[in-house]
Design a protein around this ligand. Sequence first.
Ligand SMILES: C[S@@+](CC[C@H](N)C(=O)[O-])C[C@H]1O[C@@H](n2cnc3c(N)ncnc32)[C@H](O)[C@@H]1O
Length: 219
Amino acid sequence: MTSDPELLSADNVKRFDDAAADWEEKPQRVALARKVAEAIQRAIPLASTMQVLEYGCGTGLVSRALSPHFATILAVDTSPQMLEVLRQKARDEKIGNIETLAHDLTRQPLPNNNFDLVMSSMTLHHIPDVEALLTQFFAALKPGGYLTVADLLTEDGSFHDDNSGVAHYGINPEEIRAILAKNGGLDIAVQEIHTIEKQQGNGAKRGYPVFLAWCRKGK
Ligand SMILES: C[S@@+](CC[C@H](N)C(=O)[O-])C[C@H]1O[C@@H](n2cnc3c(N)ncnc32)[C@H](O)[C@@H]1O
């Protein structure tokens, strides 16, 4: 696990740039994103007028799945190669309402803070100061807008084969709940939505549960 934010950031850009081309080759990533998209559909009243931000979008698995339900999606990530794959796949899939932006919200706010929904999946555990990032998510939302975050539940460090770009071994959803409440979040809810099955060194399978937390920003 890495704690220095500078090292972590540079490490993560390189790591995810290198992983981008083959990101969707792992079926469990595609399956997880589908579960996250389905859980967001159940949790939030989606509307075709919505302007959406996905933060830490990677190749856009969640954004691409949900794009027919929204007006526009701004897909933000620090890895230019992830965003390149997203643009290519969106072109192939004839998706016309996703824009991409290479940006680090942990360093600078976004120019547009007018979103109806901010969503983020499997990114928080790469961010040293989760509370600061969630506070930025609230700042990016319109009053009454929705926030959804999905991540691994706290684990023992065995999920990633290499933990160098990892800031947290999973996330305690009760800490997320407390941060959402501190930011004035309404109707806060947390649900386990999926379990990622991974093979261990000894060949045995092990499950890593994933949660979705969501809330609405006060008016
Ligand atoms: C585990 S991947 C998840 C990607 C995608 N959400 C998915 O579910 O397939 C984490 C993503 O977060 C991005 N990331 C890491 N640190 C970031 C930061 N500080 N700001 C924005 N994105 C970041 C990485 O580039 C990567 O695309």
